[in-house]
Design a protein around this ligand. Structure first.
Ligand SMILES: [Zn+2]
Ligand SMILES: [Zn+2]
Length: 275
């Protein structure tokens, strides 16, 4: 929170993005403090087989969702995005209707979306990730609303999971894509999941989105102060930002660093890469 407020002082052009992030962080922290650490029953053989097969390990039923709390979180997330102009009114209204729906309906929307996007279990291949007619922005609302619950399951699983054999670009816990990375003081790159914020090691010059590992086809550039770096792939045209902790005074702070690097997104997009 302090770091975010400092960022706003140092870069006033980021003020509105910082304000939205402050509201989201504040809400998610309050929710997370109410969510108990779940006891997750998994067989060691199942766990090993999932990881060996490149399948993530947090099943939907292992997420400790208390539905009245989830419904509130879902609504507040949509409110915050709308208030900060990150969600247009027609989308906001359509999402509010989904949030007000019968308990079972929202439950089904969340379960279908998680199963279709995590790859933990064999999802129904005919099921769409979002309900018919729902705005694409629902993805972002679900992702942010589920995070405080999902991250508790990740916390519970992380203690007994050996990730050294995980060589994939997607998250070993929830299957989502990385949306940030950190370069550790020992020069290892760790990817950070865009949904549950878990971290895992991944080769520095391989693209996590298409597995291209031809160094000549990875473009990397840093900010002038050396704090941040972009890795862009010249095969799939996607890019990933990273915090370079090798000479830094503090560890990576995802909520701060993703906002502080918004100018880098503009630079990457200007060079023709896709977010
Ligand atoms: Zn994840
Ligand atoms: Zn790529």
């Amino acid at each position: 929170m302090v770091e975010l407020k400092q960022l706003k002082g140092a870069q006033p052009e980021l003020a509105s993005a910082v304000d939205m992030q402050l509201a989201l962080v504040d809400m998610q922290r309050r929710v997370q403090s109410r969510v108990p650490l779940p006891w997750i029953q998994v067989e060691a053989d199942w766990l090993r087989a999932q990881l060996a097969g490149g399948r993530p390990i947090v099943r939907f039923r292992d997420i400790p969702i208390e539905w009245s709390d989830f419904r509130l979180t879902f609504r507040q997330t949509a409110d915050i995005l709308h208030r900060h102009e990150a969600l247009e009114r027609p989308d906001y209204e359509a999402i509010a209707v989904i949030g007000r729906d019968e308990r079972q309906a929202l439950e089904l929307v969340v379960a279908t979306w998680y199963e279709a996007t995590s790859g933990v279990e064999n999802a129904d291949p005919t099921a769409e990730r979002l309900p018919a007619g729902a705005p694409a922005a629902l993805d972002q609302v679900l992702l942010l609303a589920l995070r405080p619950f999902l991250s508790r399951s990740v916390e519970a699983m992380a203690e007994r999971t050996e990730l050294s054999g995980w060589t994939h670009g997607h998250c070993p816990f929830c299957g989502w894509e990385p949306d940030f990375a950190v370069i550790t003081p020992s020069a290892e790159r760790r990817l950070i999941c865009g949904r549950c914020v878990a971290q895992w090691a991944f080769p520095t010059l391989t693209c996590p989105f298409c597995a291209n590992d031809d160094r000549a086809l990875i473009t990397s550039f840093a900010t002038r102060d050396g704090k941040y770096r972009v890795y862009a792939c010249d095969v799939c045209r996607r890019y990933l930002k990273a915090y370079d902790a090798r000479h830094a005074a503090r560890p990576v702070l995802v909520t701060v660093d993703t906002i502080a690097t918004l100018p880098l997104d503009a630079a990457a997009i200007q060079r023709g890469y896709l977010g």
